[in-house]
Design a protein around this ligand. Structure first.
Ligand code: ADP
Ligand code: MG
Length: 274
């Protein structure tokens, strides 16, 4: 059995009695790339909030690398190796990509002084390596405000990686990106997945298909099902949740075909996250 980097054990999060997460169980192996989908209000953001410590569960526990996170602050959990990428890029626009990455590397140095007490040149190599990974070497020294939306997203992913997280949480990385940028983001996440555990929340189904190995579907605060993209897309309960109603037996169209038919609505309108 491979080591679990994350185990979520029967978590409930109540907001004034309303259960945003409801007896949710989830686990993933170290090194896994997991995609989480689910309709609006399913609990996806709350799910990330309980991993980062932004929200504490009403019941249940979160184990990260075997440690119960309950007594740790958001800041301590980040130091333990959980990095979160928010939907809107948070880069310093008046600095260059290189400078942004240098700041993130310095931050890491402050967090893990013993590991990175080496030479400044070792750090420069790290920044150069990160610039290469995120494909921004040619734009390393221009102000970040001149970058496209996609390039800013990659820079922020690079800044996160600079802090050496064990688990990367990525919330809707391709919202608002061009098709080409979306494809490149998928390639970046796949390459990072070679050395990190990653959770991606996304509702662009074409993108999910590009990167997904295992997909978890959330609905009403619980896990509705898990499997490959083909398995979840042909699961009648998933189809019902996304399309809002069960299909009549009389039309004789298999549910999988129905879902293919509704792929466009699945990619955007029905699965809008807040
Ligand atoms: P998703 O990201 O899947 O759209 P969320 O996790 O944001 O879902 O929200 C799940 C449910 O919990 C929604 O019905 C939302 O209105 C509710 N919710 C989230 N945060 C709060 C809060 N702080 N107070 C009250 N209700 C909340
Ligand atoms: Mg959300």
């Amino acid at each position: 059995m491979s080591a679990k980097i994350l185990v979520i054990d029967n978590i409930t999060v109540s907001f004034d009695g309303f259960k945003a997460l409801n007896n949710l169980n989830f686990s993933m192996d170290a090194g896994e790339l997991r995609v989480i989908i689910g309709p609006n209000g399913a609990g996806k953001t709350t799910f990330l909030d309980i991993i980062t410590g932004k929200t504490k569960p009403t019941e249940g526990q979160v184990l990260f690398k075997g440690r119960n996170l309950r007594s740790y602050s958001e800041h301590q959990i980040a130091q333990m190796g959980v990095g979160r990428k928010f939907q809107t890029p948070r880069v310093y626009l008046n600095l260059t990509p290189r400078e942004n990455l240098e700041l993130s590397c310095n931050h890491r140095k402050a967090v893990f002084p013993t590991l990175f007490s080496k030479t400044p040149s070792a750090e420069r190599r790290t920044v150069a390596g990160l610039l290469e990974t995120i494909g921004l070497i040619h734009k390393a020294d221009m102000k970040a405000n001149l970058l496209s939306h996609g390039e800013k997203q990659w820079l922020e992913i690079g800044m996160l990686v600079a802090q050496s997280p064990d688990l990367l949480l990525v919330d809707e990385p391709v919202a608002g990106l061009t098709d080409e940028e979306t494809m490149k983001t998928g390639e970046l996440l796949l390459s990072l997945a070679e050395s990190h555990s990653i959770i991606v929340i996304e509702h662009d189904m074409e993108f999910v298909r590009q990167i997904a190995r295992k997909v978890t579907v959330l609905h009403q605060g619980s896990v509705l099902c898990e499997g490959t993209i083909d398995e979840v897309q042909s699961n009648p309960r998933v189809i019902e949740v996304y399309l809002g109603q069960p299909h009549e037996a009389e039309d004789n169209i298999p549910v999988s075909a129905k879902l293919e038919e509704h792929k466009t609505s699945l990619s955007a309108e029905d699965i809008v996250t807040t």
